[in-house]
Unconditional design. Structure first.
Length: 103
């Protein structure tokens, strides 16, 4: 813990987690529910060099922010709790997750 230095977690450590778990995986990817009726399209796009991800949920912003939360929380030190996460789609469209809403 870095509390004695006035911070809970080094921002570089948090950025590394986000980059490895989310940005590197999802950036420029087309995300499909693994049960999509468009599996053939996903396969075709993949053969053409597209980054295709198949996930266990409908890939809406609301569901993706939950997935991202799980990925980040799994990498945080035990003594650090994630308070909130915001997935910004556009200037006015976003999904948010708050730990307090999960109880």
């Amino acid at each position: 813990s870095n509390v004695k230095y006035g911070m809970v977690i080094d921002s570089g450590d948090l950025k590394k987690i986000v980059k490895e778990e989310i940005v590197s995986v999802f950036d420029h990817a087309t995300v499909f529910n693994k049960n999509t009726p468009h599996v053939e399209l996903a396969k075709e796009l993949q053969t053409r060099g597209h980054n295709i991800l198949l996930v266990d949920y409908q890939p809406t912003s609301e569901m993706m922010v939950i997935d991202f939360t799980k990925k980040i929380k799994a990498r945080l030190p035990e003594n650090i709790k994630l308070h909130s996460l915001k997935l910004q789609e556009t200037a006015t469209s976003f999904a948010e997750w708050f730990a307090n809403d999960q109880d």
